[in-house]
Ligand binder design. Structure first.
Ligand code: MSP
Length: 593
C-alpha cells in the first residue's frame, strides 16, 4: 500500500494543514454519525446478539490469577446472555507484539514467534480448563489481524488523522504507555539507583525522543466528552466513568502511534513506511475488530461490542480506542466494564514481588468452579480485593459445600425422599390465604425467590456479579432455614396429612434449588450442571425463560412434578480441608459421607 507522505511537525502548522484540507468539518460529520450510530445500535441490531471481549493478554510471562479473573468475568456475561436466548460471541486471546515481548523472547533464548506460541498456548489451556467458553481466540501475530490493522491505519491516514511528527517524552515499556511529566515520579531501583517511574503503575520510564507518526487525539476531546456525557453507562462502574471524564478535563496531547523500526522490530510495520512499527496499543486494540471480520464483515457484531477490562488499562480503552474508532467512522463499544485488581498481602501481584498466584495450581486446589465462584463472589469491580487462601477455603466450604450442597442432600436423601421423585405440591398445606401449615416466613421466602431472577439479572447486566451471588446465597440460607423450621425428618409419611406436607416441603425446596442451579450456571457451570441433573432438569429446560418458579403455588403447571430425580453424581461440592502440618496448605477433599 502506498501512502502520501508529508513530513510535518507538531503544532500550529499541522493543525493549519488539517483545517486547510477541510478534514475537520468533513470528519466531524462522520464522527457525529459514528456517535449516533453507537447510541442507536441497540435499535439497529434487531436480532438478540451480544459480543463480549477480554483484554488480550501479554505473553511476556505466564498467566496469573488476575488474568483469569478478567476472563471469568467475561465468560460469566457471555454465558448469561446465552441463557437469555442471545446469540453471543466471546473473544479472548494474546497480545504478542512490542518491546517487552521481544526482550522476554531474547531472555528465553527463543525466536519471538516460538516464544509467543508457547505462552499463548498456556493461556488457551488455562481458559479451556477453567470453563472459559470463548468462541474466538485471537493472536496479534496472525495474518488476519495484520490485515485488519493495516486497513485500520490506512483509514486513519487517508482521513488526515495521522501525521508524521516527532515525539519527545516519557515512555514505559512495561505499560507500553506514554506519560506526561505529572505522571512521572522518582524512585530507587533494586540496586539503589535513582530512576523515574510511572506514578500509576510503578514501572520504570525512559526519556524517548524520536521521529514517528502522531494521531490527532487532541481533536477528539469534545467528542469523547459528548459521548460520555450522553452515555452515562458507557463506562461502568460509575467511578471509572468519572475518572475518564476527569482525565478529559486535562490536556489531551496527540498520541505517538509508531516507533522507529530500529528500536522495535517485533510488530506490524507502518503501511508504506517500513522504517516505522505501529504502536502496540493501536495494534492490540484493533483485535476486537479483527475477531468479527473487519474490514469486510464486522458490522453485525461490532454494533453490540462490550469490553471487559482491568482498571489499569482504562485510558487505552476509554480514550484512545473510542478516539480511533470515531476517527475510523465506526460505532463505539456499548459498554466498557471495568474491574479492579486482586492483591496479595495488600500489594498488586507481580513477578518481582514474588506474590503471583498461579491459577493452574489454585484451580486444582479449589476446583475450577470453586475458584470461579470465589473470584466472582469476592471480586468487587469498584475496589481491589485481597486474595488469601483462608478466605477461599471458608467461603467455599460455607456457601458451596454446606449451604448449597447441604440443601440438595437434604431433599434428595432417600430417608426424606424414598421414591426419589420431584413430589407433588399440596395447596392445602401451603395455601395462598396463609391458613395451612406454612408460616409467614415461608411466604416471605417464596416471594424473595420469585423475585430473585430479576435481582440477579440486574446485577449480571451491570457486571456486579458479587451482588447477584450475594442475593442467591441469601436465598439458599433462607431455604435451609425453611427446612430447619419444619423439621421434615420428624414428619410421619404414613399419616396422609403429614405426607402431603412433607412432599410440599420437598417440592418447594427442589423448586428453589432449580432456580438457584439455573441462575448459577454462568458462574459455576459444572456445579450447576450436577445440581440440575440431579433434579432431573433436562438441558433444554435450563434457560432464563424456563425459570417460572413454583407454578403450582402461583396457579400454573409444574412440568417437574412427579418426575423421577436424575442420577446422583455424588457431592455437589466436597468440603475442603487443610492438611495439618502442611506449610503449603495443599487441600484435600473430604470423602463423601
Ligand atoms: N495486553 C494488554 C491488553 C490489551 S487489550 C487490547 C494488557 N495485558 S495484561 O496481560 O497486562 O493484562 C490483561 C488483563 O489482566 C487486564 O485487564 C488487567 O487489568 C488484568 N490484570 C492483570 N493483573 C491483575 C490483577 N492483579 N488483578 C486483576 N486483574 C489484573 O494489559
Amino acid at each position: 500500500m502506498k501512502f502520501p507522505f508529508h513530513t510535518v511537525t507538531r503544532g500550529w502548522k499541522t493543525f493549519h494543514r488539517f483545517q486547510q484540507r477541510g478534514v475537520l468539518s468533513e470528519d466531524q460529520r462522520l464522527w457525529s454519525s459514528a456517535l449516533k450510530c453507537s447510541r442507536s445500535s441497540s435499535q439497529l441490531c434487531k436480532e438478540k446478539c451480544f459480543y463480549i471481549t477480554t483484554p488480550i493478554f501479554y505473553v511476556n510471562a505466564a498467566p496469573h490469577l488476575g488474568h483469569l479473573y478478567s476472563a471469568v468475568i467475561a465468560d460469566c456475561l457471555h454465558r448469561w446472555k446465552l441463557l437469555q436466548g442471545f446469540e453471543s460471541r466471546f473473544a479472548t486471546g494474546t497480545d504478542e507484539h512490542g518491546l517487552k515481548i521481544q526482550q522476554a523472547a531474547d531472555a528465553a533464548g527463543k525466536d519471538p514467534l516460538t516464544f509467543c506460541t508457547e505462552v499463548s498456548q498456556r493461556f488457551e489451556t488455562l481458559f479451556s480448563s477453567c470453563s472459559v467458553s470463548f468462541t474466538d481466540y485471537i493472536r496479534t501475530t496472525e495474518q488476519r489481524h495484520r490485515r485488519a490493522v493495516e486497513h485500520f491505519w490506512s483509514v486513519l491516514w487517508n482521513k488526515g488523522l495521522i501525521y508524521k511528527g516527532s515525539y519527545e517524552g516519557w515512555y514505559s515499556t512495561q505499560d507500553e504507555s506514554f506519560l506526561t511529566p505529572s505522571q512521572v515520579g522518582d524512585a530507587l531501583d533494586p540496586s539503589g539507583k535513582e530512576v523515574k517511574v510511572s506514578l500509576e503503575s510503578g514501572h520504570k520510564v525512559e526519556w524517548m525522543k524520536e521521529e514517528n507518526y502522531m494521531f490527532r487525539l487532541s481533536s477528539f476531546r469534545s467528542l469523547l466528552l459528548d459521548w460520555l456525557v450522553k452515555n452515562p453507562s458507557a463506562v461502568q462502574p460509575e467511578r471509572f466513568h468519572q475518572a475518564v471524564l476527569q482525565w478529559l478535563q486535562e490536556d489531551l496531547p496527540d498520541l505517538s502511534v509508531s516507533r522507529q523500526r530500529s528500536r522495535l522490530q517485533w510488530g506490524i510495520p507502518v503501511p508504506g513506511d517500513p522504517e516505522q512499527t505501529i504502536y502496540v496499543w493501536l495494534d492490540a486494540l484493533v483485535n476486537y475488530l479483527t475477531v468479527v471480520g473487519y474490514p469486510e464483515k464486522h458490522e453485525r457484531w461490532w454494533h453490540v461490542a462490550h469490553h471487559v477490562i482491568g482498571k489499569d488499562i482504562l485510558k487505552f480503552h476509554a480514550i484512545y480506542w473510542p478516539a480511533f474508532l470515531l476517527g475510523a467512522g465506526l460505532p463505539l463499544p456499548q459498554v466498557i466494564h471495568v474491574h479492579s485488581h486482586w492483591t496479595v498481602g495488600g500489594r498488586k501481584m507481580s513477578k518481582s514481588l514474588g506474590n503471583v498466584v498461579d491459577p493452574f495450581e489454585h484451580s486444582r486446589m479449589f476446583t475450577n468452579d470453586g475458584l470461579r465462584y470465589f473470584l466472582l463472589r469476592q471480586g468487587v469491580p469498584d475496589t481491589d480485593c485481597d486474595y488469601t487462601h483462608d478466605k477461599v477455603l471458608k467461603l467455599l466450604n460455607a456457601e458451596l459445600a454446606d449451604s448449597l450442597g447441604g440443601l440438595l442432600n437434604r431433599c434428595t436423601a432417600p430417608a426424606l425422599n424414598p421414591a426419589q421423585v420431584y413430589p407433588a405440591f399440596c395447596s392445602h398445606s401451603f395455601p395462598r390465604d396463609q391458613r395451612g401449615r406454612a408460616v409467614e416466613e415461608d411466604y416471605h421466602m417464596v416471594e424473595t425467590v420469585r423475585s430473585l431472577s430479576t435481582v440477579v439479572e440486574k446485577h449480571y447486566e451491570s457486571m456486579q456479579v458479587y451482588k447477584a451471588l450475594e442475593a442467591i446465597s441469601t436465598c439458599v440460607r433462607q431455604t435451609n432455614g425453611f427446612i430447619q423450621r419444619h423439621t421434615p425428618w420428624k414428619l410421619d409419611r404414613k399419616d396422609s396429612k403429614d405426607g402431603r406436607w412433607l412432599d410440599t416441603i420437598i417440592h418447594l425446596t427442589l423448586e428453589c434449588l432449580r432456580v438457584y442451579g439455573t441462575l448459577l450456571q454462568p458462574v459455576v457451570p459444572e456445579i450447576s450442571d450436577r445440581l440440575l441433573t440431579r433434579l432431573g432438569v433436562q438441558s433444554q429446560e435450563r434457560s432464563w425463560k424456563d425459570l417460572d418458579f413454583l407454578g403450582r403455588y402461583f396457579g400454573t403447571d409444574c412440568s417437574f412434578e412427579g418426575r423421577p430425580l436424575g442420577s446422583n453424581c455424588g457431592l455437589l461440592f466436597s468440603r475442603l480441608e487443610t492438611q495439618s502440618g502442611d506449610k503449603q496448605k495443599t487441600m484435600k477433599s473430604k470423602k463423601p459421607a
